[in-house]
Design a protein around this ligand. Structure first.
Ligand SMILES: CSC[C@@H](O)[C@@H](O)C(=O)COP(=O)(O)O
Length: 351
């Protein structure tokens, strides 16, 4: 599948499966503190997803899969089937937009339903979660190959990215950030402009952290600077991830992604979405059908308890937006790229 092997350039990890427990790097505390949390059973994993200890569509799916494995491990000998199903339902409530969560839970459910004993379920579910984790890493490496074929850069160039799509958001290496890593490895990257990504600051707290750790040249910018950066001719591509891609090629991703797609089209900058096929939801016709999570207004009103706005001011805090397919130059998955996405191109790859 991928030309590149999994053991390169992957010091940063978001989660560690210890065979009988799941540890998550608390992304709420980065970059100030590297603190690992041991998730307490499936409920603990669900809470960590809701609270954004772990975030990013693929990492959410992988964590949920380990959550199901933990549910079997902790189930009593009595009604163990009901206990695991309850855990799956609880995990499904943790966040609504990233389809990787539901994809992973469906896959775990399929394995679970074929198990005939609790001992078998405990073994098989842990093995399946590890497969999901490993496959995600392999997919990221393959996506980077496909993305470079689409970009076909002749010399080093700069790109702009949004949110965090790196090792912290995935099983390792990253989706859009994996493409950026690969450009850097091939000496085809001049610089990454990283949107800070208000309000949760995934760009400044996580992307800038990951990139500086790996000595990849990064310039952090306020989200509002993206238009000026594109107008200056400094970037050739905007490269972003996705939380859900519908059958017509519409893409839900971190709030502010749609703004970038409009700007990129205006400035004749390429716009690329990079995501594993587990992010593709062919059951939904268009982006209008995607449930968009809204989070508490406190995330906009305050930072770590420090007020940034009048107390109690009304806030609109959708954490994702939908970029229409017509503004996207390429959607890249491990199965290949869909250029100028539409329903025909999507069906050709994902039917
Ligand atoms: C490879 S991660 C892709 C997306 O999940 C990412 O761009 C994003 O929007 C993450 O949102 P988050 O709210 O941090 O989970």
């Amino acid at each position: 599948m991928a030309k590149h092997t999994a053991n390169r350039s992957m010091g940063t990890v978001a989660l560690r499966w210890q065979g009988d427990s799941l540890e998550l790097l608390d992304q709420r505390l980065l970059p100030a503190e590297e603190h690992w949390i041991k998730a307490e059973g499936a409920s603990g994993v669900a809470q960590c997803i809701t609270d954004m200890v772990v975030r990013g569509a693929p990492a959410i799916g992988i964590s949920a899969a380990y959550g199901v494995a933990l549910a079997a491990r902790h189930a009593g000998a009595g009604d163990w089937r009901a206990e695991v199903h309850k855990a799956i339902d609880e995990l499904a409530q943790s966040r609504p937009t990233a389809v990787n969560l539901f994809w992973a839970l469906e896959r775990m459910k399929g394995v679970f339903e074929r198990c005939e004993s609790l001992a078998e379920a405990t073994r098989q579910l842990a093995a399946e979660a590890v497969h999901i984790h490993e496959e995600d890493l392999a997919a990221n490496l393959a996506m980077a190959d496909h993305a470079l074929e689409v970009m076909a850069p002749e010399k080093a160039m700069s790109v702009l990215t949004h949110c965090n799509t790196g090792a912290l958001a995935t099983g390792g290496y990253g989706t859009a950030l994996g493409v950026i890593r690969r450009l850097h490895e091939e000496k085809l990257l001049s610089r990454v402009y990283a949107d800070e990504t208000r309000p949760w600051l995934q760009g400044s707290r996580l992307t800038a952290w990951e990139l500086t750790r790996d000595n990849i040249p990064v310039t952090l910018n306020a989200d509002g600077a993206a238009a000026a950066i594109m107008a200056s001719g400094k970037v050739k591509w905007v490269v972003v991830g996705a939380d859900r891609i519908t059958a017509n090629g519409d893409v839900a991703n971190k709030i502010g992604t749609y703004n970038l797609a409009v700007l990129a089209r205006h400035h004749k900058v390429g716009f690329m979405v990079v995501a594993p096929s587990s992010t593709v939801d062919m059951a939904l016709a268009s982006g209008q059908d995607i449930p968009i999570e809204e989070r508490d207004g406190t995330e906009v009103r305050e930072i770590r308890g420090i007020p940034l706005a009048p107390a109690g001011v009304e806030v609109f805090n959708p954490v994702f937006d939908v970029t229409p397919a017509s503004l996207i130059d390429a959607i890249v998955t491990e199965k290949g790229a869909v250029r100028n996405p539409n329903i025909t191109g999507m069906r050709a790859l994902f039917a």
